[in-house]
Design a protein around this ligand. Structure first.
Ligand code: SF4
Length: 275
């Protein structure tokens, strides 16, 4: 999964991590930020061990005055310290779907590298998808794009985006892009061991999106960024803002969600820069 949250801590967004910990399944997981952060802060058990968190039922928690802890209208970045479709969480997921259905006044957005498990993970009333659930299929290289995206496109999901991150090699999405994809978002890898992200790769994906009329977003440079043959080391605090400064997004709003999803507020409601 891709780390997006530093940029998103503003009034429009909420984070919900019903469980924590994940197992690595593909090359993009090599320097997973969950493992890095756990290593920094020391959680006392392996990051590969998935555990329910104390916030498991956050969407249906209320304050003392009985109002919801997560206010109506927010975009809830869901399961960003794990993968929502992780097998280890199978016994807990159904309750999460129920909470999402109950809180139809919120938008739930999760990214997954396990889209091939989707059909076995959906609730009985999923149908063509819940209106308020957005799903990002994460791919990091051509092989994962060619494997995961056809599966993703075949699934009944109301809002689909492709998250190309961490971008660790050139990727051609042309064969996969059509109007069912609401956005493509690209980012490099963070962390001290990060693999380089080449700006040429980013621009090539952008061109593919423009050719298909699909909104494109460059959301972060990563820690090692190659531009015009030079390698740049970019500190974590600048990886989002530097990508934004490139000013190469296409048909996107300032919100870190697909353009085609209409949330009913103005751009001024959400700051783009990291606080
Ligand atoms: S799927 Fe995401 S959260 Fe899980 S190990 Fe891979 S990068 Fe980390």
């Amino acid at each position: 999964m891709t780390f997006l949250t530093p940029m998103t801590r503003c009034n429009t967004y909420a984070d919900w991590n019903p469980w924590h910990g994940c197992t690595k399944i593909s090359p993009g997981c090599k320097y997973c930020y969950v493992y890095r952060q756990d290593g920094m802060y020391g959680i006392g058990h392996s990051s590969s061990e998935c555990r329910k968190t104390g916030n498991f039922d956050l969407p249906i928690k209320r304050k003392r005055d009985k109002t919801w802890k997560i206010e109506s209208g927010k975009i809830v970045f869901t399961c960003f310290t794990s993968d929502f479709l992780l097998r280890d969480a199978d016994e807990w997921r159904m309750q999460c779907w129920q909470m999402m259905r109950q809180r139809s006044d919120l938008w739930f957005y999760f990214f997954t590298k396990r889209i091939d498990r989707f059909r076995q993970c959906t609730p009985p009333d999923w149908g063509e998808g819940y209106d308020n659930v957005l799903i990002g299929c994460t791919v990091e290289n051509q092989a994962m794009a060619d494997y995961r995206i056809p599966i993703f496109k075949s699934l009944p999901i109301k809002h689909k985006s492709i998250i190309v991150a961490p971008l660790i090699g050139p990727v051609n999405l042309s064969a996969h892009l059509d109007p069912t994809i609401e956005e493509v978002s690209v980012g490099g890898e963070s962390g001290s061991d990060a693999r380089p992200c080449h700006y040429d790769w980013v621009l090539a994906i952008r061109e593919q999106c423009i050719a298909s009329g699909i909104p494109f977003r460059f959301h972060q440079t990563g820690a090692r960024f190659v531009k015009d043959g030079r390698l740049y080391h970019i500190r974590r605090c600048f990886q989002l803002s530097q990508a934004h400064k490139a000013d190469i997004d296409y048909r996107t709003g300032k919100c870190m969600t697909p353009e085609q999803v209409k949330f009913g507020w103005s751009d001024s409601d959400y700051p783009l820069e990291e606080p």
